[in-house]
Design a binder for this molecule. Sequence first.
Ligand code: B3K
Ligand code: ZN
Length: 869
Amino acid sequence: MTQQPQAKYRKDYQAPEFTISHIDLTFDLKDKETRVVARSQVKQNLAGATALTLDGEGLKLIRIEVDGQDWSDYRVEESTLTVNGVPSTFELLIETEIDPQANTSLEGLYKSDGAYCTQCEAEGFRRITYYLDRPDVLAKFTTKVIADKEAYPYLLSNGNKIGTGDLENGRHWVQWEDPFAKPCYLFALVAGDFDCLRDNFVTVSGRDVALEIFVDKGNLDRADYAMESLKNSMKWDEERFGLEYDLDIYMIVAVDFFNMGAMENKGLNVFNSKFVLANSKTATDSDYHGIERVIGHEYFHNWSGNRVTCRDWFQLSLKEGLTVFRDQEFSSDLGSRAVNRISNVRKVRSVQFAEDRSPMAHPIRPEKVIEMNNFYTMTVYEKGSEVIRMLHTLLGENTFQKGIQLYFERHDGTAATCDEFIQAMQDASGFDLTQFSLWYSQSGTPELTVVSDYDENAQTLSLTVSQITPPAADQADKQALLIPLDIELYAADGSVIELQRNGEPVHNVLQVTQTEQLFTFDKVTEKPVLSLLREFSAPVHLHYEYSDTELVFLMVHARNEFARWDASQMLLAKHIKENVARIQQGEAFTLPDSIVDAFRGVLLDDNLDRSLIAEVLSLPTEVEVAGWYETIDVDAIESVLESIRKTFAIEMADELSAVYAACKASHYELSHQAAADRRLKNVCLSYLAEVESGEHIVIEQFNSSDNMTDTFAALLAANIALLPSREQMMQSFSDKWHQDGLVMDKWFALQGSSKMQGALNNVKAQMNHPSFSIKNPNRLRSLIGAFVMGNSVNFHAKDGSGYAFLTDILIQLNEINPQIASRLVDPLLKLKYFDEHRQGLIREQLTRLSKIENLANDLFEKVNKALEV
Ligand code: B3K
Ligand code: ZN
């Protein structure tokens, strides 16, 4: 009988009783019976310890030796092996057998199509051998891989190659040595037959690093951008952070079956092929951007994550928040800072804020975890990065970099904590971070309210700023945080009114530290328009009573591009909310001309970056809007968003056509400027698809396009507007690409999100498409993910069919791949934000899930939390 899953608490951390300084692994790779011999140098870490307890799951134990002697004094339990009576220092040999072919969870050692590969973070190494599977045990690894030479000509692992040889029966071996001690979650092994793109990078100190990207045979023409991004990352990290690469080789392998984006294993990154493979025919501009971001992210982990790792998994944000911040800065330095900021802020405001409202709410450093894989969340990653960004805002680039340098100096080669990171930042800057550190322990989204009062006679402006963080599912009591509030004041002519008090200039980043606080500025010669929370200087909900006129003013006059976009979003939010209320009262949708005019003004503004115009004209998603409500009315929200789309399209049809034409290029180019042109052109197209004469433009673009960005944009426009030509275009796309899973993911996502009649039956039918496989996470995320997260009206159908459908799939996935099941269950966790009828239906399905046999920890944790609420 399996045990009820046990929660672990951050407060219970204890150093390990034993540690391992070296491990020498030998893998004899066979599909159903791979043998793993692990020879570890073990050392007592706590005086008197004589029983060594190792983690292990799904392993067949073959033999144990201690110091070369067969050892029989041990106990095997469901997920541990305890070796009794061991000396204080010894060599431990453990031989296990595993079945990579049967491993569909994609954790541990598994087969991805024809290749063997591993995924060990967070706790996958224990599915390979019995080990101290915890990040604070750092060992030097040597790895020998043995396999059939013809089927697996490439045998890869971490570090440098130290030997190769041929064996009998057509087998061969390669041995690797990683000179850097590392936790086992950074271990990797890959064996397969690939095409390899080779290049090199000379580091700032003159070391020549070999760069190798392994892709499926025939895909070499899709690896160039990943290689370019890798070289850019290496250079950028030297220039901006002063960090240099440390091994002689850096390898990336692209695989088709992967649970997330990529994995930063030392010297041997394993990537979801989605974040490696691209050429203009198969990938959109946004795919290219994703590749640059993820290649950068994994590379930056070499320092923030690998050289300095985490003491325990509660500290995950130590490496992830910092590395996301680093990858965001990388993308911003190489591309448009404003557009990157906008897309990151959209993510936080929609998905991360939603997580704060869910039963899974947690601080960026969680306190309690059942399944660690459930905590690779928007909160740990994206809010974690916002916390680092706030530090950057408060300290400024130079002081921030000093802190980072001190952190790496102090902790290089060790497993550190978030507190140690904060301490290094404090020591280097002299800035007291005591209150700031609450961002690590407090969950939920703070509400920041600003009330302004202008005194014309005294020429002063007073801002009363108050903060409150509402209770979250995991934590009721909240304290005041240190919130950096970046502001600017504008005069009616658009000029900036400098912030000052008593003749002294005041910094534009105000430090809000109390529940309520008053900021006064003098020499304010006229009633200003306020630009607040510029650059989204803190991950909070801002409340300020803006008039439409002020927001339109900011859309035109704010100096900062982000602030202009943000004003446009606040304006949209006001009118979305007003209209949702109208629809709920049976009234008609209405949008004042002045609002349409404001957006028209942006559309026609030649001085603006085209990608920024495109962002202004992109409406918030259903998920973001849903987050504004205590009770979500999916139908009203959908109807209002559709009405705004149609109103914009009809009212601005001429201008949209003109801008569409102006953005058209004579030939395809892969540059930021050309991508910005395509972005705006395609946003125009999405509106034009809504007007009568627009369909032929969509068809024309689909037929004449020579690149995936434009092809997909046409298909997307047809899908959203439900054009009669949609069906035929979808068919022709699938005829052309059905053998290419990655390209078909785009098509599956459109099927999943389509609002067509009988949407759910369509999704069910597409699961039988030859390109679909329930075992492939990318396919699942595309089709099922798009349905449950981007098709609210159908997923939340009043008859409960959407919920039952998802639950059926989750029950299958619980066996096949619990990690993916746990990602897809999220929309069901938000039951309390729906009407009672829907709540009842969701609860029924959650209860059904909770009762299935062998419910994996991943689903157990989430489902039970949701049912507790
Ligand atoms: N560190 C990995 C994520 C591992 C997820 C484990 N379920 C990728 C990344 O953040 O770079
Ligand atoms: Zn990461």
